[in-house]
Design a protein around this ligand. Structure first.
Ligand SMILES: Nc1nc2c(c(=O)[nH]1)N[C@H]1C(S)=C(S)[C@@H](COP(=O)(O)OP(=O)(O)OC[C@H]3O[C@@H](n4cnc5c(N)ncnc54)[C@H](O)[C@@H]3O)O[C@H]1N2
Ligand code: MOO
Length: 411
């Protein structure tokens, strides 16, 4: 049943981003260590790329005025990539030139060698040549002084190549966020230990840490806390001094051993509790001293979904990344292959498999078991299928939104 006190996903995200403290601590890193970090300043091109007119092809540099089909030109010199000489080229002459070599100042075109016949030191053109043919002009990729990366850009491999192409060796980025991670629950034991009666293996921390790995944060693992308020308080008091953001899983519901919310209330403040999403309803957000606190539900699927949909955007925003807001996940449209009946009230993130049809359209089939404790359907799925909060019935053939798993939020 829907409840009017539950926030929508977008309102929850908005509240979290509004509470985020943008990091202002910067550091300078060698490019080799900067992948996935966020730029802390605007970066302007220090040089033209390419730095001089150079040839895009192997062939002959000439004056385009001489470039008529059938013309015969004398080959007077050779220029290789890396050469610095600038041979004079008179009317009726040309120079042999290689890809990447500087084009002599007297020339304004390059003809590819496939379009000439060479006899000793003479070439005959097979076709007309136009000004600037096969020339990569100075500054054509990047003009010196132009903005190439704006502040707030998460660095991709392509960005690092671009920076290197301009001669940069280091870059100013925001410092890593310190993220505290803990699991709560008396029943939990770390994998590697034999299970006793009543115990299960703790799995949420490994998945959450892996989901955060591309964000290049520093994770401090506080381990597994028992369902005991005083121990939890002591742990969170320590974590709030050591972390920018604390992420816990479990203990946020209404059971007799669910202490996370009352402890958050006592030590800090609760921003909101409960969101109209499925899974993930009892997600709690608040403040502990100077740290933000995200209390994920303990069910593994709920913890995973709320990490992806709420925690990742919060971290990206806190890291200084611009462009987090409206499009943090690519959303496509697919036709559902079966009827669905469900109880309306929460935006449903169903684990599903999408395929592409011969005509390019997409079809999507939800997996049979959508229980919040079942991770197997996650590993078999390749997308979320979203059912809007107010939708109770979907008929086969209708369009639904899907979010493919393999496309991350690095837009
Ligand atoms: N009376 C109600 N009961 C529940 C409600 C409700 O509204 N009323 N909400 C349900 C929903 S929805 C969820 S989600 C869960 C969330 O509960 P908690 O956050 O308190 O989670 P726990 O009770 O601690 O654990 C739930 C489940 O997940 C297992 N678990 C917990 N942590 C881990 C971990 N780190 N690794 C692996 N498995 C974990 C735990 O053993 C439980 O089976 O509450 C519903 N109840
Ligand atoms: O919200 Mo719970 O996450 O439905 O299982």
């Amino acid at each position: 049943m829907a409840n009017s006190s539950w926030l929508s996903l977008s309102d929850a995200l908005h509240t979290m981003l509004s509470a985020a403290k943008l990091t202002d601590k910067k550091e300078t890193l060698a490019l080799g260590s900067a992948l996935g970090r966020v730029t802390a300043t605007d970066i302007y091109a220090q040089v033209n790329v390419p730095p001089c007119n150079n040839s895009a092809m192997d062939g002959y540099a000439l004056r385009s005025a001489d470039g008529k089909s059938g013309a015969r030109l004398a080959v007077t010199a050779t220029v290789l990539a890396g050469d610095s000489h600038n041979p004079a080229v008179a009317e009726g002459q040309c120079v042999r030139i290689m890809t990447g070599a500087p084009v002599p100042a007297d020339c304004d075109a390059v003809v590819i060698q496939e379009n000439v016949r060479r006899d000793a030191d003479t070439i005959t053109l097979h076709s007309d040549v136009s000004p600037l043919d096969n020339i990569r002009q100075t500054g054509n990729d990047i003009a010196q002084g132009s903005l190439i990366l704006a502040r707030g850009k998460r660095l991709t491999p392509a960005d690092l190549m671009l920076l290197s192409s301009m001669g940069n060796t280091h870059i100013e980025v925001y410092q890593q966020l310190n993220i505290g991670l803990l699991a709560t629950g008396d029943e939990l034991v770390a994998p590697g230990t034999p299970l006793q009666a009543g115990q299960i293996y703790e799995s949420n921390r490994s998945g959450i840490a892996a989901l955060l790995a591309p964000l290049n944060v520093r994770i401090k693992d506080y381990g597994i806390a028992p369902d005991e308020p005083e121990t939890l308080k002591a742990l969170l008091k320590r974590a709030q001094l050591e972390c920018d953001i604390i992420i816990s899983s479990g203990g946020v519901s209404v059971g007799d051993a669910d202490f996370v919310k009352p402890v958050l209330d006592e030590l800090g403040s609760i921003g909101f509790w409960k969101i109209a999403i499925k899974p993930g309803k009892p997600f709690a957000f608040g403040q502990l001293g100077n740290a933000l606190f995200c209390g994920l539900p303990g069910n593994p699927v709920s913890a995973y979904v709320t990490t992806e949909q709420l925690v990742v955007p919060l971290l990206r925003y806190s890291q200084g990344e611009s462009n987090v807001g409206n499009a943090h996940r690519l959303t496509l449209q697919a036709r559902i292959t079966q009827d669905i009946q469900r109880r309306a009230g929460r935006l449903d993130f169903q684990r599903a498999v999408f395929t592409q049809n011969a005509d390019g359209t997409l079809s999507v089939t939800p997996l049979a078991n959508q229980s919040s404790g079942v991770m197997t359907s996650f590993t078999r799925a390749n997308c979320y299928m979203l059912i809007p909060a107010d939708t109770a019935t979907l008929n086969a053939g209708e369009f639904v939104d899907i979010q493919p798993f393999s496309v991350t939020s690095m837009v």
